[in-house]
Structures are given as structure tokens and as C-alpha cells.
Design a protein around this ligand. Structure first.
Ligand SMILES: *Cc1c(COP(=O)(O)O)cnc(C)c1O
Ligand code: SF4
Length: 356
């Protein structure tokens, strides 16, 4: 307990009634000009030539994330993840629109079957932040807005398939959906005897930590399903005090927290950053899980890190950290039943997918 002093203290920002996550989401910065200006950077200089990239895939940066970007630093690793560069417009051979071929894996609207025991359920097409490197940036999300009929088709398909024991809520970012809708999915999934685990792949607790509110922790704590939350954090500075406490609240629901990152040039392609990311994750109760080798999505080739460089980084990480803090270096290859582990010692044992 903090002792009350006899002095009157003026209202500080923490005393001002805080905004809900929905308000914070709708208050996001949505233009590159607005983003740069709020960081004291000159839009005329930094946007020269970057005309169409952000029209194809718009900007979205909520203010809690924006507040972690260093003012006046155009090279900031958090800024680099959200700022469209002129490079986005230059197409490159081998960088394609749907590198994971998810379109062909759609089973019934909203339900994607890529893995034997897990099904992906697309609950919303929206994300809380638009990441420039995203492999889903060209995905036709609008197809996945479900009618009541489609919703029951999804449940029927899940009930009919004895192989599936885990449902992965995906998107977009599934936590953009409201808790009423999510709790209803959880309830309906609980009614299916074959389903044991509910997994949520999300970046929202990082982008807007206020998302981890009582409504969310309530239904998560109540579920009979084991819940696994896979966060997506690429840089240690994405975890500030408010994110750390949001993650601790999430973990207190009984959920297992894992993290996946993408290796990105100019963001986290050095060993000090990756090591401090792993340490920061563990401090917040999150286990490092995957480090994704870069997928050749068109418009994002300026983030490309070679597989050899990625291997070297993870080998160095292994020599520095306990094994449980070293993420698995993986790539998702279309048509494979799961992620493909990149062999750290034997580059010949693994080939990049065609076209890359
Ligand atoms: C890899 C991945 C999965 C499947 O994860 P596993 O842990 O390999 O089962 C699900 N959703 C997304 C977005 C992924 O990247
Ligand atoms: S939050 Fe995830 S799905 Fe959404 S744009 Fe970022 S990386 Fe892509």
C-alpha cells in the first residue's frame, strides 16, 4: 500500500479515467503522415516514393504501441514494422501474394484445415495493427465474415472430424472480436467432446495491453478447454510495463503463453536483440516458441534475412541462453503438415521453398 501524504497531488495521467480498448483501437493513427508527424519526422522526406504501398495495405497504429516508438528516430525497430517504405512498391521475383497458399486450404467459410489435429477458425479479418511484413497482407479476409448458417456449418465440420482436438482462433487478430462473440465460440467448442484445446494467435495484448480486461479474463478463466495464447512479439521494446502486467493478467487465467517472432532485417536480426527478447518474454511469463524464417510475401522483401544468417543467429543464441529460451527456427511450407524446422548445422538438409 502506498501511504497517503498530506500534500495534495495534482492529477497525473494515470489518474485520468482510462480509455477502453475499443476506444484505443478506433483512435489509431491511420495515415503515414500522421504517424511520422507524431514522431517528429518529416513526412515529405520519409514518404518520398512510397505512394501505393499503404493504399493496398493501410496503416494502423494504436497509440499505446505508438508511445513505445522513440521520438525522432526513423530507424526505430518498432516504427520499421509499421511504416510503409518506398521499397514496398517494387515487386521482386519470388515474392508472391499468398506464399502459404491458404486460399486453397479453406474447408468451409471461416474454417481452414492445414494441419491434421488443429483447425484454424477465422473469427475476424481485422488486425489491431498492420504489420508491413505480414504474410497475410494480401489475404481476402472479407470472405470470412460468417453468417449464422456458416457458423453452424463450422461447428458441424468440427464435430464431424475426429482428428481435430484443437481449435486455433485466428484472423486477422481474433482478439479484435468482442468478448461476447469469443465467449460464445468458446462455449460452443466446449460442447464438442473431441476438442481439448483452444488456441489464440494474437498481437493485441502487445499493441493495446488494455485489451486484457475483465471481460476477456472472465471467459478465459471459465473455459473447460486448455487455453494456449501465442503472442507475436518481435522486439524487446514492444514489452513495456503495461504489456508485462497485461501478460501476467492473461497468464493468471491459467493460459499457457507462448511467443512467435518473425526474423526481420533492421528489427531483430542481431543476437543481442534476440537474446534480450527471450529474457524479456520470460520475465513476462511467456515462453519463446517459434522464430519464423522470412516468408517471401510481395511488398516486404526489404525485411528479408537469409536463411544462413538466421541459422547463425540462432546458433549463437543457443550458446548464450538456456535451451528453453531459444525459439525454434521454422518456416511454413505450403502443403506440409506442420512447420518445417530449419536444421541449424546442416544447410544442405533444408531447401527454401520454390520461388524464394
Ligand atoms: C504455425 C502457426 C499455426 C500452427 O502452429 P503449430 O504450433 O505449429 O501447431 C497456427 N497459426 C499460425 C498463425 C501459425 O503461424
Ligand atoms: S497483427 Fe499479425 S496478422 Fe495482423 S498484420 Fe500484424 S502480423 Fe499480420
Amino acid at each position: 500500500m502506498i501511504q497517503r501524504t498530506t500534500f495534495r497531488v495534482e492529477a497525473r495521467p494515470s489518474d485520468i479515467p482510462s480509455k477502453t480498448w475499443q476506444q484505443l483501437l478506433s483512435d489509431s493513427v491511420t495515415t503515414p503522415e500522421g504517424l511520422l508527424r507524431s514522431l517528429g519526422l518529416d513526412p515529405d522526406h520519409w514518404l518520398a516514393g512510397a505512394e501505393s504501398g499503404h493504399r493496398l495495405f493501410s496503416i494502423r497504429v494504436p497509440t499505446p504501441y505508438l508511445s513505445r516508438i522513440e521520438y525522432g528516430n526513423p530507424q526505430d525497430p518498432l516504427l520499421r514494422q509499421v511504416l510503409p517504405l518506398a521499397d514496398e512498391d517494387h515487386s521482386q521475383p519470388g515474392f508472391i501474394q499468398d506464399p502459404l497458399q491458404e486460399r486453397s486450404a479453406t474447408q468451409t467459410p471461416g474454417l481452414i484445415r492445414k494441419y491434421r489435429s488443429r483447425a484454424l477458425l477465422m473469427v475476424t479479418g481485422q488486425c489491431a495493427i498492420n504489420c508491413r511484413y505480414c504474410f497475410r497482407r494480401h489475404f481476402p479476409y472479407a470472405e470470412h465474415r460468417l453468417s449464422a448458417r456458416e457458423r453452424s456449418d463450422v461447428l458441424d465440420a468440427l464435430a464431424a472430424d475426429p482428428d481435430i482436438n484443437e481449435v486455433i482462433l485466428s484472423g486477422g487478430d481474433p482478439l479484435v472480436a468482442n468478448d461476447q462473440l469469443l465467449a460464445r465460440w468458446a462455449q460452443d467448442l466446449e460442447a464438442l467432446p473431441g476438442i481439448r484445446r483452444l488456441r489464440i494467435h494474437t498481437r493485441l495484448p502487445i499493441v493495446i495491453p488494455q485489451r486484457v480486461d475483465a471481460a476477456l479474463t472472465d471467459w478465459l478463466s471459465r473455459s473447460r478447454l486448455q487455453t494456449v495464447i501465442v503472442l507475436h512479439i518481435n522486439h524487446p521494446r514492444e514489452i513495456d510495463a503495461s504489456v508485462r502486467s497485461a501478460l501476467i493478467r492473461l497468464k493468471s487465467t491459467g493460459a499457457t503463453l507462448l511467443n512467435q517472432s518473425v526474423i526481420l532485417k533492421g528489427v531483430n536480426d542481431d543476437v543481442d536483440t534476440l537474446a534480450s527478447l527471450s529474457e524479456g518474454l520470460f520475465d513476462a511469463g511467456v515462453m519463446p516458441y517459434y522464430l519464423h524464417a522470412f516468408d517471401p510475401v510481395s511488398g516486404a522483401h526489404h525485411f528479408d534475412v537469409s536463411d544462413d544468417r538466421a541459422r547463425e543467429l540462432v546458433r549463437t543464441l543457443q550458446s548464450r541462453l538456456p535451451g528453453f529460451l531459444v525459439p525454434r527456427l521454422v518456416r511454413e511450407i505450403p502443403g506440409e503438415a506442420g512447420k518445417t524446422l530449419l536444421d541449424l548445422e546442416d544447410p544442405a538438409g533444408y531447401r527454401r521453398p520454390q520461388g524464394a
